[in-house]
Design a binder for this molecule. Structure first.
Ligand code: UD1
Ligand code: MG
Length: 432
């Protein structure tokens, strides 16, 4: 059995935010959920240490357990908060930082494997700029003797390139004992988690460092670092999408979410945004400048350019959604076409229906939302306003410019507009 203890009690003052730091989103979900997702395949249990008054964080990590660190007395003190729920636990525990969300499952696998060969394993990196990271001090045999925080380090220690990433793994029986013995007699008067390493060494036992790339172990303390983490996650998601058989014409201009599903031979043109909850089946083309959220696009459909698919939308097989078309909670049947300047909200559109330019479903009466149904093979003339609730029958036609307030039977033609009157000569009159 293995447990992950994730520290997330800090507010993250450098973010300058009313929201706890780990709630800031990367690729459409809170950063802590990225870390939890990396942990889940490796650890049987996850416990998150939160600060007081962070109900949104507790909700975001559910169903995983949380414990509250009432006072922020350091990373070692925060890790101690997991002691009551882990009473009598005989497996391994790892401590991770919630603001380190880019760690991969593969690296965590290496960490727990290394722990099998030593009493404690930790993750370390060699950043291009070691800045203020804690430094990993190794003995002649490569074993880690201690970690020294930047604030407490000598010039010689600051010259060490190997930096602490902030993840340790050991038997909980040992780790809890080392945590209980921590002292706060340092520059910052904090209980440092990192001091457990010196305790391992003092007991004549062995601690080892597992190195991983900086891109994975970098922490997030500011919005600038948040943007860098977003770039890293986007790069990974784009790579996975392309390896999965999707073409991204200009990958760096496409924004994906953690859960975006792109089928085989999907082609995504530049500047497309996939908000969370999007599934694109095989052979779909998503043309430039489209925005999609919580929707399904079936095989062979064409979306965009400049299309907006909002939550609850399903675009059927081979259907077309063109420029400046917005769909909200709309089901577009197979082969249906809505190609220009249209809003379809709370609507069901049958297979093969054609929706003319400028069609609007008037789905909201100021108080309630109502549904529009358009039958299979119907033809909605340009600039039709469909005042919901309303139904247009199968194969029916609405004349251009109609305001349709009553149901149209199957196969009927509905004309609902003022009749044109021509007044001879009146155009020229008074022009001189
Ligand atoms: C820590 C490490 C440092 C390492 C760096 C890597 C310590 C003492 N230092 O420094 O060696 O190089 O991370 O990013 O561990 N937290 C709590 N309660 C607390 C204090 C912190 O939950 O009382 C949480 C924070 O919310 C954060 C994490 O622990 O998620 C790390 O704390 P932070 O203050 O960022 O530590 P660093 O100074 O970055
Ligand atoms: Mg930090």
């Amino acid at each position: 059995m293995r447990t992950a203890i994730i520290l997330a009690a800090g507010q993250g003052t450098r973010m300058k935010s009313a929201m706890p730091k780990v709630m800031h989103r990367i690729a459409g979900r809170p950063m802590i959920r990225h870390l939890i997702a990396a942990c889940e395949p490796v650890f049987d249990r996850v416990i998150v240490v939160v600060g007081p008054g962070m109900p949104e964080l507790e909700k975001a990590v559910a169903p995983h357990a949380t414990v509250v660190q009432a006072e922020r007395l350091g990373t070692g003190h925060a890790a101690r908060m997991a002691a009551p729920p882990l009473e009598g636990f005989s497996g391994d525990a790892a401590v991770l930082y919630g603001d380190n969300p880019l760690i991969t499952t593969a690296t965590l696998e290496r960490l727990v494997a290394a722990r099998g060969q030593a009493d404690l394993a930790l993750l370390a990196m060699r950043p291009a700029d070691p800045a203020k990271y804690g430094r990993v001090v190794q003995g002649p045999d490569g074993a880690v003797e201690r970690i020294v925080e930047w604030a407490d380090a000598s010039e010689a220690e600051r010259a060490i390139g190997l930096c602490n990433a902030g993840v340790v793994c050991a038997a909980w029986k040992d780790l809890s004992r080392w945590l209980a013995a921590l002292r706060n007699d340092n520059r910052q008067s904090e209980f440092y988690l990192t001091d457990v390493v010196a305790a391992v060494h003092a007991e004549g036992r062995r601690a080892v460092a597992v190195e991983a790339p900086e891109a994975e172990l970098r922490g997030i303390n500011s919005r600038i670092e948040l943007a860098a983490a977003e770039a890293e996650v986007q790069a990974r998601l784009r790579e996975a999408a392309m390896l999965g058989g999707a073409t991204l014409v200009q990958p760096e201009s496409v924004t994906l979410s953690f859960d975006t599903k792109l089928g085989q031979d999907v082609v995504v043109e530049p500047h497309v945004v996939f908000a969370p909850g999007v599934t694109i089946e095989n052979d779909v083309a998503i043309r430039a400048f489209s925005h999609l959220e919580q929707c399904v696009v079936r095989r062979g459909a064409i979306i965009g350019p400049y299309a907006r698919l909002r939550p609850g939308t399903e675009v059927g097989e081979g259907a077309h959604v063109g420029n400046f078309v917005e769909l909200k909670a709309a089901h577009l049947g197979a082969g249906a076409k809505a190609n220009h300047l249209t809003y379809l909200g709370d609507a069901t559109i049958g297979a093969g229906a054609k929706i003319g330019a400028g069609t609007i479903t008037c789905n909201y009466d100021g108080v309630n939302k109502h549904r529009t149904e358009i039958g299979a093979g119907a033809f909605i003339g340009s600039d039709t306003a469909l005042v919901a609730p309303v139904r247009v029958g199968a194969r029916a036609i609405t004349a251009a410019g109609s305001v349709v307030t009553e149901d149209v039977p199957d196969d009927a033609l509905a004309i609902a507009r003022g009749r044109q009157v021509n007044k001879p000569g009146r155009g020229a009159k008074g022009k001189k």
